[in-house]
Structures are given as structure tokens and as C-alpha cells.
Unconditional design. Structure first.
Length: 155
């Protein structure tokens, strides 16, 4: 029995050293884990930001292309260009004395297409958000931690 006490007494300093080492290593491991999580989430946020930036650049490029094509269309449909094209095709300018108007009862006339909202109406399209973004982090954690899953069978 005395031999066991002597052996336990000899191993005590080693156990104390291991405990001290554990107390020093545990915060380092915790900080390392937090730092690693921070790096992972920061990398994901940065990649999402870069993707958004590329989409915005593509959107601006498309808007410039559409504006350029609208400008070209406006130039092609301008009065001076259309008169030059009409003269090349053999048409000539008429005077108001040569015009004859006819009323056709079967012709309903041009229909008007409204492409913009009616003046005075404040019809703004409803913003549709993904359901995943309509819940706060606290609500998500509360639902995740405190709700029972449907797979559990109640007695």
C-alpha cells in the first residue's frame, strides 16, 4: 500500500503539468477555431461580393448596349434619315392640297397599348423575398433548437 502512495506521489507533478498544459492549450484551440470560422465566413462573403460585383458589371454593360442600340434606332428613325431613305425609294413630298381623307366605318383605328402605369397610380411591384431571408437569426436558432422534429414518435 505504501508503494502505491509513493508511485502516486511521483506521478503527481506530471499530472499537474498536463493539467497546466491543457489550461494553456484549450484557449489557443478555442481561438484557433473561432479564427478558422471567421476566415471561412469571410471567404464566403467575399466570394459572394465578387459574384454580385460581376453581375452588376454585366448589368451595366447590357444597359450600355441597350442604350447604344436605342440611340442607333432613334438615328435610323429620325426625320432627316427617313426623308433621305424615302427619296432613294422614289417617294416625293406631298402638299396639303393633294391629301384626300376617307372614313371607313369598318376600320376601328389603331389600338392603344399602355406600356407604363396609368398616371396617378402608385403601382409598385411587390418585392418578393426568399423565405430563407424573412427570418431573424434568433428566430432560426429558436426554431432549430427548441422544436421537436417530425421524425420523433411521441408515446
Amino acid at each position: 500500500m505504501a508503494k502505491k502512495f509513493i508511485q502516486a506521489y511521483k506521478q503527481t507533478p506530471r499530472r499537474k503539468q498536463i493539467q497546466k498544459l491543457g489550461l494553456y492549450v484549450l484557449p489557443v484551440i478555442t481561438l484557433g477555431t473561432v479564427f478558422a470560422l471567421y476566415l471561412v465566413f469571410s471567404a464566403q462573403a467575399a466570394s459572394a461580393g465578387l459574384e454580385i460585383r460581376s453581375y452588376l458589371d454585366k448589368k451595366e454593360e447590357l444597359q450600355r448596349t441597350v442604350a447604344n442600340e436605342n440611340t442607333q434606332l432613334a438615328w435610323l428613325l429620325s426625320y432627316s434619315n427617313m426623308t433621305k431613305r424615302a427619296e432613294k425609294l422614289g417617294f416625293s413630298q406631298i402638299s396639303s392640297l393633294n391629301i384626300a381623307y376617307m372614313v371607313l366605318p369598318s376600320y376601328p383605328g389603331r389600338t392603344v397599348k399602355l406600356t407604363s402605369p396609368v398616371p396617378g397610380s402608385d403601382s409598385v411591384g411587390d418585392v418578393v423575398l426568399n423565405s430563407a431571408y424573412q427570418e431573424s437569426l434568433l428566430d432560426f436558432l429558436g426554431d432549430f433548437l427548441f422544436t421537436t422534429s417530425s421524425e420523433e414518435v411521441e408515446p
